[in-house]
Structures are given as C-alpha cells and as structure tokens.
Design a protein. Structure first.
Length: 383
C-alpha cells in the first residue's frame, strides 16, 4: 500500500470515527432507541447521504464533509438517522419522505432545509435563509440599514439618535410580535473560531447580544475536516431579523476591538494581558451604555402597553426562545465567565472608549463581515 493510499484511509477512518461520536451524542441527547449502524464515507458526488436498511449503513459523501461546515454535515447525518428511525422503529411502510419521516425529523430537530427530499444545502449556514421574510420584517431590516447609515454622521448627536432608534425599532417589532401571539420562526447562525478556547472579550460580546438583541448563544465544538481537530464555535439562535442584527453587532464589535486596540497601544509599552483587558473593558463600556438606556428604550417601544406589560412580553418572548434552545440542545450546561482583569489601566481606558462606541453601517465595503444585509457536541449556553 502506497503512502498516499494509507493517508487516504487514515483520513476516511478519522471522518467515520467523528461521525460515530456525533451519532452517539445525538442518540443520547434526544433519547432515541437506535442501535449504531455501519457509518461509511463514500466518494459520491451527487448524493450527500444515504440510508441502506438491508445492510444497516449510513453513508455520507466525502465531498460534503470536506466542502461544508460541520453543522451542515450534522444536519445531513440527522436526515439519514430519521430514515433509520422510520425503518427500524416503525412497523408501517410508507413513501421515503412521508409523515413518519417528517415526524422523525421533528424529533431529531432536523433543520427545515435538511428535512426535504432534495436536501439542497443553503448558500449560508443559517437554515432559515431560504425562507421569504414577512413584508414587515423586510421593512424593518431596510429601515435599520438606513438608520445605521445615518449613524455614520460626523454629528455625534445625530449618530447617537440613529443608534437609539435602531434599538427602539427592534424592541417594538419584538413586542408587537409577542403581543399578537405570533408563532416565531427561529433560525441559527454559526460563527467558527478555529481556536480551542474563546477569549474573554469575545465571550463578553456574546453576553451583550443575549442581553440586548433578543437572541440566545450556545458555545459548542465543530469538527474541522482539514485539521481533524475540534474547535470552538458559537451558535446564535433567534428569529431571522434578530439573528441578522446580532450577527452584525458581533462582527462590528470584533472589528472595532481591533481598531481601538491599535490606536490605544500606539506609542505605549503594554503588558502581556493588556490587549485582552483593554478589549474586555471596551465591551463592558459599550454594554454599560446600552444598559443605561435599556428601560427607556423598552418603555418607548411599548408606549401603548405600559412598562409592566412590556416587561411581561419580553419575559414571554425570552421564555419561548429558551424553550426552543433547550429542544435543540437537550444537554446544555450554563456557564458564566469571570470578569477579572490584571491591567487596570488598560481596562479603564477600554471602558471609556467602549462607552463612546456608536453602531454604524459596515466598516468595510470589501467584505460581508460587519454588514447588516449582505447584496454539534453538548453545548455551553452563556447567559
């Protein structure tokens, strides 16, 4: 056997071993009484996955594993596991993607796009991206984009008013949806770090998103088919418009942390932890700025409801989202990060700079990151 052939076989075994681990976790998490099948990685180019009942085999395409993010691979794996459930746990026979299959998909929380017979993979990681938004949601996103353009004004007062207006619009939109008892369509968006740990200042950004932008965030791990390692990832869950906004704010702040740090350290002698402590201070400063206005924003958004009714609606909406997240991630550990810092001077400087941040439209026209509207393992929930 040649070295190339041996390396290929080692690679395929590593893929299969990871898929077995994911299969076991899914079965345990959702309490599905399935026996492990044979899992194979094939060279199929036209089929992402298959279930063969006669040989009890789940086959997944090598191209799928190598070309797509791991959360996409897991949705295809769950699709085939749903076929296995129908084949081995149901006594009736029906068409391959009939009601029994759909029920199995619901039990496994298979993404909507992956539960379809065609199994067409969406252009983005977000499973709900192909669904047409309601007209009012489209109007909301367009208004927000215009307001964020105004936030680029050199007039500081005008910029601050634009940012406040964005938050009021989102708050009112959510309050009205909850007041009408609309059934929310929740979607997910993944952010991959290619790191084994998430820095404290980045964790702080996600905490800010949870507190102010009507989303939940779960820290998980994602397998990398190129390095054969598992890295940290963050999954943002919420309604489409809220996930869009949270994703925008995340990338805006990440880029802002880098630019502010470069400006702060210029001409200074900084310690080993200075960057982390300064950037952590920036996020804390911006979060305090949002906290100072939170009740006023909610009160103004719910003018016709009164503050007590407004807070009750916020609680109801958050409870529905938490329930959805718990269904997606039955095994979930809530963790809170420490807020300690070593370089007090850097932290205080960051705190001051963070309180001066104003959300603006995309920082760079050459990248989709930082723009509002572009032209699987047991999770850790942060709260």
């Amino acid at each position: 056997m040649t070295e190339t052939k041996r390396a290929e076989e080692t690679l395929l075994r590593a893929y299969a071993a990871q898929l077995y681990r994911e299969y076991t976790w899914i079965v345990d998490a959702y309490e599905i009484p399935l026996r492990p099948p044979l899992i194979q990685v094939t060279e199929h180019q036209s089929t992402w996955g298959s279930w063969y009942a006669d040989t009890r085999t789940i086959a997944l395409s090598r191209k799928l594993i190598q070309d797509y993010p791991w959360d996409i691979v897991l949705e295809i794996l769950k699709h085939e596991m749903a076929h296995q459930m129908v084949s081995e746990l149901r006594s009736v026979r029906e068409c391959p993607h009939g009601e029994a299959f759909q029920e199995a998909c619901r039990r496994l929380h298979v993404a909507e796009w992956a539960a379809r017979a065609a199994g067409e993979i969406p252009d983005t990681i977000e499973p709900g991206s192909t669904r047409v938004l309601r007209p009012e949601n489209e109007r909301l996103l367009k208004k927000v984009e215009k307001l964020l353009s105004l936030a680029g004004s050199s007039n500081e007062h005008e910029a601050l008013l634009a940012m406040k207006r964005v938050r009021e619009l989102y708050a009112r939109h959510n309050l009205e949806s909850w007041h009408r008892h609309e059934e929310p369509l929740f979607v997910r968006k993944f952010i991959y770090f290619r790191k084994h740990r998430i820095e404290k200042q980045v964790q702080a950004i996600f905490s800010l998103l949870i507190e102010h932008f009507f989303v939940r965030v779960i820290f998980t791990r994602s397998f990398d088919a190129k390095t054969l390692e598992s890295y940290r990832a963050a999954e943002i869950v919420g309604t489409r418009e809220n996930v869009e906004m949270a994703d925008y704010v995340y990338h805006f702040l990440v880029e802002k942390l880098d630019s502010l740090w470069k400006a702060f350290k210029r001409g200074k002698t900084t310690g080993r932890t200075s960057r982390r402590d300064y950037q952590f201070g920036v996020v804390r400063g911006f979060r305090r700025k949002l906290n100072e206005e939170k009740e006023r924003v909610l009160e103004k958004a719910g003018t016709r409801l009164g503050i007590s009714s407004t807070m009750a609606l916020v609680h109801r909406g958050d409870a529905r989202l938490r329930e959805h997240v718990r269904a997606l991630h039955p095994i979930l550990v809530t963790r809170r990060s420490r807020t300690t810092y070593r370089d007090a001077q850097a932290f205080q400087a960051g705190l001051k700079d963070g309180k001066a941040i104003v959300l603006r439209r995309g920082l760079s026209s050459s990248t989709e990151r930082g723009r509002l509207l572009p032209t699987g393992v047991a999770g850790d929930e942060i709260g």
